[in-house]
Design a binder for this molecule. Sequence first.
Ligand SMILES: [Zn+2]
Length: 130
Amino acid sequence: METEFIIRTLFVAWEEGDYVVGPSYLALKLKIPKSTAHKMLMKLSELGYGIYVEKKGFILTEKGLREGKKILRKHRLLECFLEEFGVEKSNVCEEASRIDSVIGEEFEKIIEERYGKRERCPCGKPIPVF
Ligand SMILES: [Zn+2]
């Protein structure tokens, strides 16, 4: 599983007010074993995206928050694009999730130019700004 996807999941939790996330939460959200979720949190912690405290959970650092914002902004701008392209509103998030981590810089620049001024994605969630 890609780091980007995990950081996005953690950032969404943060956005919803869950600032400390344990392996159980991540396991449930990503439908993966708890042991795998634990390893991922440890890895992200080593990379500086957060601090993992045993028996407590994972807290995003400034670096993690910045990365999360960047990833989620791209995801939600991509949702805007997909909706305009004809994808059903109820499916844009899932469809965007399939490709958001693999789109290139040029595509990212285009969606930034086209939808960068929007405040919310098609599902009504705020598009993070810097
Ligand atoms: Zn959305």
